[in-house]
Ligand binder design. Structure first.
Ligand code: NAD
Length: 473
């Protein structure tokens, strides 16, 4: 049993003033792993004050100083690879496979921030003016539980690159993962107050970050509902916001695709991170006359999919993060049944032998139409809806008939055709014939999947304010 009773403010691990504890429960066994002492509003105010003081000097650091800080953090994270992977498996129930990818993603965040700093011009000429791209101020970083340290690294590295200081609020369910990353960043010897981390509840710590006038910008990843609450509060003090929200990503398989490759890829896209991924391809769009072939390939692929102990390196689908999340996914499977969709594989209940953890049977629905709730709402579990289409135009129409627009997928043996279809989809990223992450390309959502972009130049500029100096001749 571990007790985490420190938060990190102004370069030190300190005991919060908050007195409430939150239990940390294993998603794999539902046994108690420990508890975390939660920070309160006063703790959050202290963290913001520390970041505000640090901003005065950190905003004036040179790019080479910032590159050195980024390198320091990266090298301290590199020393604890196994710890990062193990704690994610234990506390979050992330599979070994996902935790390993997530670890590499953390490191890439620092590489891309360093790359940007090596090439970005903070002073530009526009018209006849000098335009200075100035660090925006103190950034509040609020993140969810599904890739906690990955999000801390990508957001913090961009903030440091921009010359901003930060107050980070991770999910209270990620306290052990947070403790580890905090130890690593502490070791990197950043100036005091550049990063501050407050464990706590969204309605307490998150709400203070959203309200406090000394926060200039919020970078939030999480649900669309909470994103809306934060954006409404933020406008009172005109905070800038970057919101990375939910998704219901379409995956269009065109009739000329190699289905023996495209379907296993589609299952991988749907069930990545045990389905708890904002970018999961949860609507599979296939030509009507390919349904029978698709059904066989889905069953074949899923029969080889290992569901179970996330520690096992071969496990593809682990438990849901909490019993609450398990129940939510079960409710959606029941909704699909009630709506008249047909279960091709999976269904309600836990897989045999896995009754102690929050395990869901990977579930695929056929006979889904795009108006059903299981096709419109984000489930955040291993549940895939198969939707048939007659023409390419109809496929594009169904893909775009959603309130979301975070990511999409297209498969075709004709890359020109795939490119043409991809160019008509309203999503921030469209993956063609595969899945990968480009840390120098923008990431973010159309429509209710968010506001703004992360990564690359657009991601960096979201932490900067342009100041135009117009000198009279
Ligand atoms: P959530 O929105 O419930 O919580 C996210 C964070 O916001 C947590 O730290 C939470 O404590 C905090 N929060 C809650 N209420 C708040 C309030 N009133 N004010 C300020 N902060 C508050 O999300 P979750 O359940 O932790 O994560 C799952 C969601 O995250 C899914 O909807 C998923 O799509 C989304 N997500 C999006 C992306 C992306 O990049 N677009 C990536 C991963 C997850």
């Amino acid at each position: 049993m571990k007790t985490i009773d420190k938060i990190y403010i102004n370069g030190e691990f300190i005991t919060p003033q908050g007195t409430e504890y939150f239990d940390l429960i294993s998603p794999t066994t539902n046994k108690n792993l420990g508890k975390v002492l939660l920070g309160n509003t006063e703790d959050t105010k202290k963290a913001i004050e520390a970041a505000q003081n640090a901003f005065k000097t950190f905003s004036k650091t040179t790019t080479s100083e910032r590159i050195q800080y980024l390198k320091n953090i990266k090298s301290s994270i590199e020393k604890r690879k196994d710890d990062f992977i193990n704690v994610m498996i234990e506390e979050y129930g992330g599979t070994f496979q996902f935790a390993s990818v997530s670890y590499e993603y953390m490191l890439k965040g620092f590489d891309s921030a360093i790359n940007l700093l090596n090439s970005y011009n903070f002073i530009k000429t526009m018209g006849e003016s000098e335009v200075q791209m100035a660090p925006i101020g103190v950034v509040g970083i609020i993140i969810p539980w599904n890739s906690s340290n990955g999000f801390i690294c990508s957001k913090l590295s961009t903030a440091i690159a921009a010359g901003c200081t930060t107050v980070i609020k991770p999910s209270e369910m990620s306290a052990q993962q947070t403790q580890l990353i905090t130890e690593c960043i502490h070791e990197a010897n950043l100036p005091k107050g550049v990063f501050n981390i407050v464990n706590g509840l969204g309605e307490v710590v998150g709400a203070e970050i959203s309200r406090n006038p000394n926060i200039a910008k919020i970078s939030f990843t999480g649900s669309t509902n909470v994103g809306k609450i934060i954006a409404k509060e933020a406008v009172n003090t005109m905070k800038r916001v970057t919101l990375e929200l939910g998704g219901k990503s379409p995956n269009i398989i065109l009739d000329d695709a190699d289905f023996s490759k495209a379907i296993p890829l589609a299952i991988g896209a749907a069930f990545m991170n045990s389905g708890q991924a904002c970018i999961a391809g949860t609507r599979l769009l296939i030509p009507e006359n390919k349904l029978e072939e698709t059904k066989l390939l889905i069953k074949e692929t899923i029969s080889h999919l290992i569901v179970g102990d996330p520690k096992n390196p071969n496990t593809a689908v682990g438990p849901m993060v909490s019993t609450k999340q398990f129940n939510r996914v079960q409710d959606y499977i029941q909704t699909g049944i009630n709506e008249g969709a047909e279960i091709l594989t999976g269904g309600l209940g836990k897989p045999q032998g896995l009754e102690n953890g929050n395990f869901v049977k990977p579930t695929v629905f056929i006979k889904v139409n795009n108006q059903m709730r299981i096709a419109r709402e984000e489930i955040f579990g291993p549940v895939l809806s198969v939707i048939t289409y007659k023409t390419e135009e109809e496929a594009i129409e169904i893909a775009n008939d959603t309130t979301y627009g975070l990511q999409a997928y297209v498969s075709s043996s004709d890359s020109k055709r795939a490119h043409n279809v991809a160019s008509q989809i309203n999503a921030g990223r469209v993956q063609i014939n595969g899945i990968s992450h480009d840390p120098m390309a923008p990431f973010g959502g159309f429509k209710q999947s968010g506001i703004g972009r992360e990564f690359g130049i657009l991601g960096l500029e979201a932490y900067l304010e342009p100041r135009a100096l117009i000198q009279q001749k």
